[in-house]
Design a protein around this ligand. Structure first.
Ligand code: ADP
Length: 395
């Protein structure tokens, strides 16, 4: 091979490798060698490991012909033969040139794709109306097949790594959850046990005010336990999709005000400001939506203590938008993508009690309404949760 060829191949290889997206890498691979190897369409077929059917993984039309997908039918027969024989398949039209319609004369070249030490796909080139594939063309095609297989193997490895990361994160969260939940269950139980034992002591007489105080603590801690258990059951039902929703037209602006009033009776220190647009009703489950709002209020109280909470609503035609903005410490950007995952708590969040279920529950409820929930946060400025819901289509 002369220096020119080597240096050209080096440039192509570098460019193919530099692309982050496997499809972009394949595009570069096929377009950059077209100076030496012209074809109209290229299709990559991969065998589905379970059904054994052939799926089109990549298709690109370069020249004559219709679309890459439309011509993929030509290629499928060749790909099937490649997989059956595990060898290159060359199909040239029988009556070269006689037929004027070049599109009716596909020259097909199929190359086996060896991915993870197994022939499990085919790279098929289609050339309408010739010329026939030369030895050089076949060599280039074989190089491209080798390269494509490596790129697909790299894609598969990347996907497997992402999945593994997510499973590992879930396992870590599950571990954390067990220790969090045992703490969360033990704390209220400890209070209930401690104060009721004190009240039952024969040798001590408590005055009325103290008795009331103890009973109040027992009452509050029992409520906390109930909430915790409800959250756990609810998140399990949401995950198994067995939670029932009762949909009817709901005015979310009125609903959010009601919830705010309720929250304020227990937490008068929370300063809530409203900027409410009149909204069209949404088709929703009022009880579940209240639960979402309660969670966001409760998080503002827990994680942005002393801050104002501004609630705004906006009508976006067929959708409504709600925003809950606090002026707390904010959340570091790196943690934002995981906030709505089950059991996720921002690392180091150990002083404030919680289970990491609240935002997961919110997201599942909003999704059951065909809506979206997301968060934006700026350190030292505050956190805003947004909820977008579709307006009731029947009204
Ligand atoms: P929990 O409150 O039980 O930990 P959530 O799912 O409600 O679980 O919240 C997940 C995490 O998101 C919390 O642990 C907290 O670190 C963070 N977070 C939620 N809301 C806010 C907020 N308004 N400001 C700062 N951090 C928040």
């Amino acid at each position: 091979m002369d220096n020119l060829t080597l240096s050209f191949l080096h440039t192509v290889l570098k460019e193919v490798q530099s692309k982050h997206d496997w499809k972009a890498s394949l595009d570069t691979l096929f377009t950059s060698l077209r100076g030496s190897f012209v074809f109209d369409n290229v299709v990559i077929y991969l065998e589905d490991s379970q059904s054994k059917s052939l799926d089109i993984t990549y298709a690109r039309a370069m020249g004559r012909g219709k679309t890459a997908e439309a011509d993929a039918v030509w290629g499928e027969r060749v790909a099937t033969e490649v997989l059956a024989t595990k060898k290159m398949v060359l199909k040239e039209p029988k009556h070269l040139g006689r037929d004027k319609d070049r599109l009716a004369q596909p020259h097909l070249l199929g190359m086996p794709l060896n991915i993870a030490s197994r022939i499990c796909g085919a790279l098929v080139f289609i050339r309408f109306g010739g010329p026939e594939y030369s030895d050089l063309h076949i060599k280039i095609a074989s190089l491209q097949a080798f390269w494509s297989a490596a790129l697909i193997e790299r894609r598969d490895l990347q996907e497997a790594r992402t999945e593994l990361d997510s499973v590992q994160r879930q396992m870590r969260l599950q571990d954390d959850f067990v220790s969090t939940i045992s703490h969360e269950l033990r704390t209220p139980l400890g209070f209930i046990k401690g104060y009721s034992t004190s009240l039952l002591r024969q040798d001590t007489k408590w005055d009325d005010a103290t008795q009331r105080e103890f009973l109040n603590i027992i009452d509050e801690e029992a409520d906390r336990l109930t909430r915790l258990i409800e959250d756990m059951l609810e998140s399990a039902r949401l995950q198994s999709k067995t939670l029932q929703f009762k949909f009817s037209p709901v005015r979310v602006d009125a609903l959010v005000r009601d919830v705010a009033t309720r929250v304020n009776t227990h937490h008068p220190e929370l300063k809530i400001e409203f900027e409410l647009d009149i909204l069209p009703p949404v088709l929703g489950d009022g009880v579940r939506l209240s639960q979402v709002f309660e969670n966001l209020f409760s998080n503002a109280i827990k994680y942005a203590p002393g801050s104002r909470l501004k609630i705004s609503t906006k009508s976006l035609g067929k959708r409504v938008l709600l925003a809950f903005a606090d002026e707390g410490e904010g959340i570091p950007e790196d943690f934002l993508p995981f906030l709505f995952e089950r059991f996720y708590r921002v690392p180091g969040e150990r002083t404030v009690t919680g289970t990491g279920l609240g935002l997961y529950i919110c997201k599942q409820i909003v999704m059951a309404h065909h809506g979206k929930i997301w968060v934006e946060s700026v350190l030292d400025q505050g956190t805003t949760f947004f909820i977008e819901l579709p307006a009731d289509p029947t009204l």
